[in-house]
Design a protein around this ligand. Structure first.
Ligand SMILES: NC(=O)c1ccc[n+]([C@@H]2O[C@H](COP(=O)([O-])OP(=O)(O)OC[C@H]3O[C@@H](n4cnc5c(N)ncnc54)[C@H](O)[C@@H]3O)[C@@H](O)[C@H]2O)c1
Length: 300
């Protein structure tokens, strides 16, 4: 199997640095043309520098690839429209969207100012909605699309002091869960990534000598696979860090039926109610993933 993305067009947000830059370069190495979006902000999301996106677009062009720099803000609905339009105007298609732009404003909940909450939700969660809203009509018309949202274990597992960030990153799981259903009949696959890598965002949290071992380049192969026609899975959360890859899932068990239940009955059956031994991942509120896969294999 040789994964190639020749003739395909991609949009990667936050692609001027760190993980996004590695994702964009790897997509380009596999033949994709890439819109490099980056607002060029500081670590706390303030400021803006258009040269950040352009520098990575230059890198791709220097490798012999095709790229457009875009210095828009993903939190702006109009800027997100212009990112999608840039791909359509230049290449007439958009096959891949990676929603990755982001920054941190960590505070414990009692210190979390309204602006720190709103700015993080606007960029990580609303930013993903913005690009997907504008890319979706293109995906539907092409009857093809691949999307990856950079989530975080701070959202689906939890990390102290990151209520804004964790909520936004968990929100991306909800967005994925719905879009995977809306995209199913259009061959649109939507997945989430839980990365771990040494970037400016995490430099203060990891010893500097782990930079090579935790390079974002070791995460990028998961994203390239998820964005390829070879990937036929949707709604997965894939963890990737230091060259190690795995999966996280929300699972559901069989409910315990109680007759005329009281709180005492719930307490009495608590061990069975919360037992996950036979729990399985779901495709939707109606079907397990297994049932969905079996149904898809049925001749229509
Ligand atoms: N590094 C990790 O270990 C790690 C772990 C989990 C999740 N993440 C997530 O991965 C993504 C990339 O993070 P990174 O570590 O590469 O950080 P980074 O700071 O190196 O890169 C993020 C880029 O996003 C850009 N950006 C920020 N706000 C933007 C906006 N509103 N519009 C457009 N661009 C914007 C920044 O300018 C920056 O270049 C983020 O969403 C982050 O939350 C990172």
């Amino acid at each position: 199997m040789a994964i190639r993305l020749d003739g395909q067009a991609a949009l990667v947000t936050g692609a001027g640095r760190g993980l996004g830059r590695s994702f964009a370069l790897d997509l380009a190495r596999h033949g994709a043309k890439v819109v490099i979006n980056d607002y060029g902000v500081g670590l706390d999301g303030r400021g803006g520098d258009p040269s950040v996106a352009e520098a990575v677009a230059d890198e791709i062009r220097a490798m012999g690839g095709e790229a457009i720099g875009n210095a828009g803000n993903v939190a702006s609905h109009e800027d997100a429209y212009r990112m999608v339009k840039a791909a359509m105007d230049t290449w007439g298609r958009l096959d891949i969207v990676i929603s990755n732009a982001g920054f941190l404003r960590d505070r414990t909940i009692h210190n979390m100012a309204e602006d720190d909450w709103a700015a993080i939700i606007a960029t990580h969660l609303t930013g993903a909605y913005n690009v997907m809203h504008h890319a979706w009509p293109v995906f539907r018309q092409q009857r093809y699309g691949r999307a990856v949202f950079t989530s975080s274990n701070a959202g689906y597992l939890g990390n102290f002091g990151q209520s804004n960030y964790g909520s936004a990153k968990a929100g991306l799981i909800g967005l994925m869960n719905v879009l995977k259903l809306e995209g199913d009949k259009y061959n649109v696959m939507v997945n989430c990534l839980g990365p771990g890598s040494f970037t400016r965002m995490t430099a203060a949290l990891m010893p500097g000598d782990r930079a090579a071992q935790m390079s974002p380049d070791l995460v990028a192969p998961a994203v390239t696979y998820l964005c390829s026609p070879d990937c036929q899975d949707s709604g997965y959360i894939i963890e990737a860090s230091g060259g190690a890859f795995g999966r996280v899932a929300i699972v559901e068990n069989d409910r315990v039926q109680l007759s005329e239940p009281t709180a005492d009955d719930v307490a009495e059956h608590w061990a069975a109610i919360t037992d996950l031994e036979k729990a399985r991942p779901m495709w939707s509120i109606r079907q397990t993933l297994e049932q969905h896969k079996a149904e898809k294999q049925q001749p229509r």
